[in-house]
Design a protein around this ligand. Structure first.
Ligand code: NAD
Length: 493
């Protein structure tokens, strides 16, 4: 497995010495031992990276290449990446404790597919188009948004990096990536791959660091856009700083999604579906279905099914392929989730499975925990817990179920479980969320993904995801415009 320490930072196309001696220790959530260290990037390192990206954007070849040429370069990067999917998955597991089975399919292979899909989207994207305006024919041109700062969290690091990095690159942007301090190694490995793929200098920089480095990137006037995934609290802060500078931003934030189990649902299939939809990645998923809404009529049957499923989950070494629940990313996160379990008990919800004690002496594990007799005003129903903790809430009728689902600050995902798909589709139209599942919940990584309400602004994946990295220019002409070049080679004129 590739677990390497780094003493240098990838800035502007070369490995450079960091401006300070400060280091980030990457700690295994399973052994609680350091596995590697990297430089902690500072404001001065961000400054160098932004200057390199700015110069590459303003004066370098990258934004001026034909789209097809950028696609060739990105495909070289994707080919290098594709050779290392399993090793990348193992590295992610080592850093943040995601079970190997999820890391392989849900993390590293998913990221490789995202790279391919983004390239496919770029091939058919309307970089140039003509429309009839009030003054005659109008030329519309989609140009790169500029220098992009990418800030991502640790939970699915590659799946959050690729839907930003690849659309930004094919659009002609230059990029500074600031990974989370918990998971800097996978992004630095991508920097090695960028170097190998031969992308021009300054097009990609990777500066590991924490809040200070992230804040320096957000505040830097040389950055045109911030693409952020993380908590709603940080997203709010970033939006306010960007707002002052009228800097573009897209935000993928938190969630507290409701799974509505209708009276006609097959309980066995619902429980099997919720195992992944609610507990994937040790519950550290923004789209996790953590509020389970059910009527009195099916309540006990559902709770029995969920309790059986949750109490039989295999907890253990995340590198072991049979493990279903690994440790949480950090001790801070373990304590935070355990404190929510105590809060649930204090608020009067009933604990059916799990608890706030640690199931193992070593490793930042939390017991898969199921609450019943909960109401939607409790903290365990309102806050994003980001661990394997589910809360069952009773509804009176379908309208009440929809009301409870919508009674949330978030609006990222949701699901309905029913034998009647048409009824499920009708329910989906009444719930204010960016994505929805009928008898399943998964991301469709070829289709737009993003949040309503405090779950975010903007979309990732597909054409909408690529459009986030472009500005739209409108050209009117007193004379007849020449015919529009349609082949990819001339996609940007
Ligand atoms: P976080 O907001 O604390 O950190 C995310 C990133 O932002 C990290 O790289 C961090 O170093 C950086 N950061 C922190 N403070 C900053 C600041 N003031 N300025 C600039 N950068 C700053 O999030 P977290 O707790 O590490 O991650 C989990 C959160 O991410 C959850 O809320 C989860 O729902 C969300 N998430 C959302 C999606 C989505 O697509 N909607 C996907 C995955 C995770």
């Amino acid at each position: 497995m590739k677990v390497s320490s780094y003493d240098q930072i990838f800035i502007g196309g070369s490995w450079q010495r960091p401006s300070s001696a400060e280091r980030i220790e990457v700690i295994s959530p399973y052994t609680e031992q350091p596995i590697a260290h990297v430089p902690a990037g500072s404001g001065a390192d961000i400054e160098r990276a932004v200057l390199a990206a700015r110069d590459a954007f303003d004066n370098g070849p990258w934004p001026r290449l034909a789209v097809a040429e950028r696609i060739d370069a990105v495909e070289r990067l994707a080919a290098i990446y594709a050779e290392h999917i399993d090793e990348m998955a193992d590295l992610i597991t080592a850093q943040m404790g995601s079970p190997a089975s999820f890391s392989r399919l849900g993390q590293a292979a998913g990221a490789a597919t995202l790279m391919r899909l983004a390239v496919q989207t770029a091939r058919s994207f309307p970089w140039n188009e003509r429309r009839r305006g009030t003054l005659g024919e109008v030329h519309l041109r989609r140009v790169p948004v500029g220098v992009v700062g990418i800030i991502i969290p640790w939970n699915v690091p590659q799946n959050l990096l690729m839907p930003k990095l690849i659309p930004a690159l094919v659009a002609g942007c230059t990029v500074i990536v600031k990974p989370a301090p918990e998971t800097p190694l996978d992004s630095l490995w991508v920097a090695e791959m960028v170097e190998k793929a031969g992308l021009p200098d300054g097009v990609v920089s990777v500066v590991p660091g924490g809040r200070e480095a992230g804040d320096a990137l957000v505040r830097h006037p040389g950055v045109d856009k911030i693409a952020f995934t993380g908590s709603s609290a940080t997203g709010r802060h970033i939006a306010s700083v960007c707002g002052e500078q009228l800097k573009r931003y897209s935000l993928e934030l938190g969630g507290k999604s409701a799974a509505i189990v209708l009276d006609d649902a097959r309980i066995d299939k619902t429980v099997a579906g919720l195992k992944m939809a609610s507990l994937m990645n040790n519950g550290q998923a923004c789209v996790a279905q953590t509020r389970i809404l059910v009527s009195e009529r099916r309540h006990d049957e559902l709770v029995d099914g969920l309790a059986d499923m949750m109490s039989s989950l295999v907890i253990g070494d995340p590198a072991d392929p049979v493990t279903e629940v690994g440790p949480l990313v950090s001790q801070r996160q373990q304590h935070r989730v355990q404190s929510y379990i105590r809060t649930g008990i204090d608020e009067g919800a009933k604990l059916v499975v799990g608890g706030d004690d640690s199931p193992r002496e070593r490793g930042w594990f939390v017991r898969p925990t199921l609450f019943v007799d909960a109401t939607n005003d409790m903290a365990i129903a309102r806050d994003e817990i980001f661990g394997p903790v589910l809360t069952v809430i009773k509804y009176r009728d379908e309208d009440d179920a929809v009301r409870i689902a919508n009674d949330s600050d978030y609006g990222l995902a949701g699901s309905v479980w029913t034998k009647d798909v048409a009824r499920g589709l009708d329910i989906s139209g009444r719930v204010r969320t960016g994505t929805y599942g009928i008898n399943m919940y998964m991301l469709d990584i070829a289709s737009p993904f993003g949040g309503f309400k405090q779950s975010g602004i903007g979309r990732e994946f597909g054409e909408e995801g690529l459009a986030e990295y472009t500005e739209l220019q409108t050209v009117v002409s007193a004379g007849t415009l020449p015919a529009l070049a349609t082949d990819g080679e001339h996609a940007q004129d």
